[in-house]
Design a protein around this ligand. Sequence first.
Ligand SMILES: Cc1ncc(COP(=O)(O)O)c(C=O)c1O
Length: 410
Amino acid sequence: MTTLPATGRTHADLLADLTARKAGDRDWRQGRLAVYFYWLDEELERVQQDAYLAFWTENNLGQRAYPSLKSIEDEVIAMSLALLGGGERAGGTFTSGGSESIFLAMMAARNKARVANPNIVLPNSAHLTFDRAAQALGMEIRRVPIGADLRADPAAMAARMDASTVALVGSAPNYPFGTFDPIEAIAALAAERGVWMHVDACVGGFLAPYVRRLGHHIPPFELSVPGVTSLSADIHKHGMAPKGASLLLMADAADREWHKFESHAWQRGPYAAYTTQGTRPGGAVAAAWASMNYLGDAGYLRCARLIMEAKAIMTAGIVAIPGLAILEPSDLCIFVWRAVDPSLDVGKVAAALDAEGWLVGRQQEPDGIHLHLNPIHREIAEDYVAAVARAVAAARGEATARIGANERTY
Ligand SMILES: Cc1ncc(COP(=O)(O)O)c(C=O)c1O
């Protein structure tokens, strides 16, 4: 059994121990993961670390004590609303991550509608964190099959709605395929039926506007789309901030009241919060603010360019390997590739890539390999294609074990 040490260990001993424990971790700085991290370069990393350390233990629950954190958080929200179509009435909340933003949005939708047995209607490509929120909030989840174009089917969603439907959801883009749902059509449906419409732009929020500026087609998904009520955008994803930074943005700031908790039912007096967290790390908001201001528009545009270049190199290289194909369409930084030659076992290709040190994201449907690119992948795009070619050769030689889709589903 592990217990606390009887006497404390030294600073040097602890750091040596932590560093040694990392020896077996995947080397994400080398871009060998296509999940869990976002990285540009060491300069940005240092900015983030210094900004985090400047507020390393300040509690963002206590903005009365730290007006600095209030002004920093307000600026993060204002910059994001300006980027993501927020009008004069818009507002937002800084949260710990995409899951908390989505939880709060679904709670607000439920609280505003006040119906018995509330349900959420969403495409079946939407992130599973909606199901987790629904489970905790006592709501029913109605997953509707997406179309052959890998996008939500608004007519099929309409058919699943009833008087207890309190929210519709669309992704911008979804995680399994990287496709944008038809946000305008889903939002119009929501407006017609008078229900909450949430846009999950956790992945796309800080990337899609810049990819659009590069000339790629990105359909409207922002708060400015009529009928959109709320939008989640993760600063700790393509906002390039360290973990613990997301936003729940509202087209009308008044709707924030539906996810506010407020009570004075104890001896200590009133307590109020717009988040599920009480104590909140000041470092996370300071580092998010620093990342956004350090990169600026030009920096985010550079990230977008690097990602789309990496995607072009990887997809062209993969389709040139006999037996492989890219699943189309994919609009942004996520894509899936698979084997179209029935004699080629993608589980064996995955195992061969894994053996070379690439952490493989296995797609369940269709059986394939999932990639979520970030700027560092531009540097290793050619290496990845070469590794895939070697892995396919190894799999054809039957020399490798198998990684099945259900063993690695994220
Ligand atoms: C589309 C989408 N929504 C929501 C989430 C959940 O975000 P988080 O992991 O920050 O809670 C993710 C995470 O990958 C995502 O891809």
